[in-house]
Design a protein around this ligand. Structure first.
Ligand code: PAF
Length: 281
């Protein structure tokens, strides 16, 4: 595995791989890798011959008072995991390499899809995400890029950006990877105390209950939402920020759940903000 701190090294290594006829896959991450990230690498390996992963904690997507400074980092462990899972090129730029003139003046503005859900709770977040994803896609120029379903609004916005700006890359969204008790894997799970870790199971339990109710034929959004809220409200350490049933394309709330409707939750567990979702049957 090549570890590349500079854009020039990435471009040279990708060009070399392409000269050998390789199809290039890309997995952008903020590091502190877990099995969820590694499942994205596996997906990239299935779909390409040369896998690039980036690790960059992007300051642009963190709001004031968020966890930019304490976001977990362990580059030595991440490097070993990436190498062991078949990443060919690991791009680990500094903030100065990515933003040499300071915060970029020209950015990708996501519009109304970012006014909902996490975008409403975290103003400016998706502008920061899309700006860095656009830059990373321009640097790596992959054939295919893999994103996780856990950040489903991010995946929707990245797909829209790629379509609206005609970026020549295929976007693949890979399923959520969960702990055996249902908790969706996230680098931020490390913030949870043992008691909060137990309480955090309420998110996947609530989504599982909505999924089960939908499978049993319940279509009424108000009743499905009430099912989820009851489970979350029974857990005092969990403070929901939103509990929604939304159309997967417009992200607007639905009154009747149909196949493909997304049940989505954001909640604070202690001071840790977690998100999770399920696509209803
Ligand atoms: O999903 C993430 O880890 C980040 O939002 C991403 C896509 C790497 C952009 O910083």
């Amino acid at each position: 595995m090549i570890t590349a701190p500079t854009i020039a090294t990435v471009r040279a290594a990708v060009a070399e791989a392409r000269r050998g006829g390789a199809r290039v896959g890309f997995v952008p991450t903020m590091g502190y890798l877990h099995q969820g990230h590694l499942s994205l690498v596996e997906e990239a390996r299935r779909r390409s011959d040369f896998v690039v992963m980036s690790i960059f904690v992007n300051p642009l997507q963190f709001g004031a008072g968020e966890d930019l400074d304490r976001y977990p980092r362990d580059l030595a462990r991440d490097t070993a995991l990436a190498a062991g899972h078949g990443v060919d090129l690991l791009f680990v730029p500094t903030v100065e390499e990515m933003y040499p003139t300071g915060e970029p003046v020209v950015r990708v503005v996501p519009g109304r899809l970012a006014a909902r859900l996490d975008g409403a709770a975290r103003p400016g977040h998706f502008e920061g995400v899309l700006t860095v994803v656009a830059k990373l896609l321009n640097i790596v120029q992959p054939d295919v890029a893999i994103f996780g379903q856990k950040d489903f609004q991010q995946a929707v916005l990245v797909r829209r950006m790629v379509a609206d700006l005609e970026l020549p890359v295929e976007i693949v969204v890979a399923p959520i990877v969960r702990e055996p008790d249902g908790l969706a894997l996230s680098s931020r799970n490390v913030y949870l105390s043992p008691a909060e870790r137990v309480a955090a199971r309420a998110l996947s339990r609530a989504l599982g209950a909505a999924d089960a109710a939908a499978r049993a034929g319940e279509r009424d959004a108000a009743r499905l939402l009430a099912t989820m809220r009851d489970i979350l409200d029974a857990e005092p350490a969990v403070r929901p920020q939103y509990v929604e049933l939304v159309d997967p394309a417009t992200l607007e709330p639905v009154t009747t759940a149909v196949p493909g409707t997304v049940a989505a939750i954001a909640a604070f567990v202690g001071s840790t903000r977690l998100i999770d979702n399920v696509v209803l049957p």
